[in-house]
Design a protein around this ligand. Structure first.
Ligand SMILES: Cc1cc2nc3c(=O)[nH]c(=O)nc-3n(C[C@H](O)[C@H](O)[C@H](O)COP(=O)(O)O)c2cc1C
Length: 148
């Protein structure tokens, strides 16, 4: 079974709810969803996965969480990301999603094939946001199936 690796960080559970719904979409589409925290996700796991999803809320001033997520992302290169499908997601509050636009650009510059514009939810994801997470999971599983 193809693996979709979902690496996420969540301080108050909003991004976690997104990750879990995304994982449901992945498994309903017939792939294995592997959920990890950034500290547990080695470059090897990233390399092995057929598709990827990374989640992090807007933190600091429109940046990624700095203790776990930032070092994890900084440790990745085109070798691990390959030309693999990558979904980015996360929750925010008072901003306008700048952290996500920056993150999408950053991952594209590393060679990742980012799905859409990144999936953002205001605070706790509502039903509509959760449905988008589920659909993203299904889409990533579909792309994983095409990955040799
Ligand atoms: C330290 C800190 C910094 C934050 N910085 C931003 C920010 O720059 N822009 C924004 O839109 N929201 C910001 N937020 C709000 C969080 O992104 C928001 O509460 C989000 O829902 C948290 O997701 P989580 O439950 O997955 O941790 C910040 C929250 C905290 C605690």
């Amino acid at each position: 079974m193809k693996k979709v690796l979902i690496v996420y960080w969540s301080g108050t559970g909003n991004t976690e709810a997104m990750a879990k719904r995304l994982a449901q979409g992945v498994s309903d589409a017939g792939c294995e969803a592997v959920l990890k925290q950034p500290g547990e996700a080695s470059a090897e796991l990233v390399k092995e996965a057929a598709a990827l999803a990374f989640g992090c809320p807007a933190m600091g001033a429109e940046v990624l969480e700095e203790n776990e997520v930032e070092p994890f992302i900084a440790g990745l290169g085109s070798g691990e990301l390959g030309a693999k499908a990558l979904g980015l997601f996360g929750s925010y509050d008072w901003g306008d999603g700048q952290w996500m636009r920056d993150w999408v650009d950053r991952m594209k510059s590393l060679g990742a094939v980012v799905d859409g514009e990144g999936l953002i939810a205001h605070l706790a994801p509502d039903d509509e946001a959760l449905t988008k997470c589920y659909e993203l999971g299904r889409r990533l599983a579909g792309k994983a199936e095409l990955n040799p």
